[in-house]
Design a protein around this ligand. Structure first.
Ligand SMILES: NC(=O)C1=CN([C@@H]2O[C@H](COP(=O)(O)OP(=O)(O)OC[C@H]3O[C@@H](n4cnc5c(N)ncnc54)[C@H](O)[C@@H]3O)[C@@H](O)[C@H]2O)C=CC1
Ligand SMILES: O=C(O)[C@@H]1CCC=N1
Length: 276
């Protein structure tokens, strides 16, 4: 079985660990994890998931054929500097860092480094991620297949051109947070309408879950399902009219635009030149 190195031990690394181990894609003993300086966090990761932890960057590069960059965009360069002399053409580098291009990563090595840029989301923890992947210039079918296998074990995978990744990041990378905010808003709305908080929360969460499951299980589009809920002159229509008046759709459109813009900014802040 291949060995995989995790550079980063934060939220995304833990969500992926849970998903990948749960799916049996890697054995715990084949996963090596390193972080910047938080010993307690690394100990926790080792204890809970039984994976190997180290402070030796070269050990990971030596032992693992798949290297996953699970650090913040601004920290990608630091990791690459630390591992660049140990990189081989046989390595597959998979980066999930928002805004960071495959060409930026490739640029750290004189070898034809195989790089895949992926944008999963936090739901890989429960194997329900929506992940988009794009290949760098030295990656081909084989690398895409490998990355696809990894991420399809934790959810759905879509192959995209790298130029779409800022938009993908803004939509499905950040997307779970928008939906959580929707749940928070519905809960607060229920409380303001007189419901006890616990009741409101349970109804809000199950409503969001049921609505998504309806789309997936019936195959009907959201617009069709929305019309089925909206009786003429009824309660839903009153609610939807208010959402429209308050610019609900535009708010979502602007949110995704802002997030995509931020992905571009973070790329620039990380010292990456070029557009995508
Ligand atoms: N959190 C999310 O829902 C998603 C995050 N991402 C991407 O995943 C990446 C990680 O995000 P999070 O896990 O949320 O961040 P985080 O802040 O929770 O974790 C970052 C980890 O990187 C480690 N790190 C920093 N510098 C390092 C270095 N030089 N060497 C080794 N480890 C180092 C830190 O110690 C920490 O463990 C980001 O690039 C983000 O854009 C992508 C999709 C979703
Ligand atoms: O907020 C962020 O920058 C990362 C990328 C997508 C989700 N979280």
């Amino acid at each position: 079985m291949e060995k995989v190195g995790f550079f980063g031990a934060g939220s995304m690394a833990e969500a992926l660990l849970k998903g990948l181990l749960g799916a049996g894609v890697f054995r715990a003993e084949d996963i090596f994890v390193i972080n910047k300086k938080n010993d307690e966090r690394l100990e926790y990761i080792k204890k809970v998931y039984g994976v190997k932890v180290t402070r030796d960057y070269s050990e990971i590069a030596r032992k693992c054929s798949i290297l996953m960059l699970l650090v913040k965009p601004k920290d990608v360069a630091e990791v690459m500097e630390k591992i660049k002399d140990h990189l081989k053409e046989g390595h597959l580098v998979i980066s999930v860092a928002a805004g960071i291009t495959t060409s930026f990563i490739e640029g750290f090595s004189s070898k034809k480094l195989k790089v895949i840029r992926a944008m999963p989301n936090i739901s890989c923890q429960i194997k329900e991620s929506a992940t988009a992947i794009a290949a760098g210039c030295h990656s081909g079918e084989c690398e895409l297949k490998k990355a696809s296998e990894i991420f399809s074990s934790v959810g759905k995978v879509i192959l995209v051109d790298e130029k779409w990744l800022d938009a993908v990041t803004a939509l499905s990378g950040s997307g779970p947070a928008y939906v959580y905010l929707m749940m928070e808003a519905l809960t607060e709305a229920g409380v303001r309408a007189g419901l006890p908080e616990k009741v409101s929360y349970e109804l809000a969460v199950q409503t969001v879950f049921g609505a998504a499951k309806m789309v997936l299980e019936t195959g009907e589009e959201p617009v069709t399902l929305r019309k089925k809920v909206t009786s003429p002159g009824g309660t839903t229509m009153a609610g939807i009219e208010t959402l429209e008046k308050m610019g609900f759709v535009n708010a979502i459109v602007q949110a995704v635009k802002s997030a995509a813009r931020r992905s571009v900014e973070m790329r620039k802040e990380s010292g990456v030149s070029g557009n995508s």
